[in-house]
Design a protein. Sequence first.
Length: 195
Amino acid sequence: MWLFASALILGVASMVSCGNKTAKKAQTETSAQSDVVVEEKATCSTAIEDYLVNEFGKEYSQGDVCIPYAYVITSDDSNPDDILVWGDFWVFNYGVSGDTLKTVSGGDHPGLMHLKKTENGYEVTSFDAVADGAENLPSAQRIFGDNYDAFAEFIGDSEKRESLRMRATAEYLKKHNMAATMVQDFGWPAVALPK
């Protein structure tokens, strides 16, 4: 099993490291202008976030910003050509109104992400989704296998999921220099994001 940053283990999905505790960076400095150019290889978390936004975020009514969120149940990086990440993966599209994110749409996509390591970092190669309807339970049990109980415990705890969603949202906003401080779901009062 590979190492995740502690925030991801707690369910705040922004830092999956795929075996490295930090993203690899190469820095060069030009002597004339002292500008620093940083090239950062994509980490697993970046690859997963991009996949969630680009593949799932577009399936929902659009907002001003799409924020991904993942709760990783477990992972296996023993094969760099097929890194496995089991989790509950979410996207939320928000409209921005002053300092408040207003939920427009979103949803969860539990399942198994397949990633591979490339010379440019990591990329998601496929996703095994838990089915809807009558096939939900059998497909979740098949996909999560021995980790099904941990998955079921997580999805059964709505307070924990909501708390982690708010923390993940706050981290995303900080990472992207966005100034919102509240989230408001349709029909509910605005809630302050954690600092």
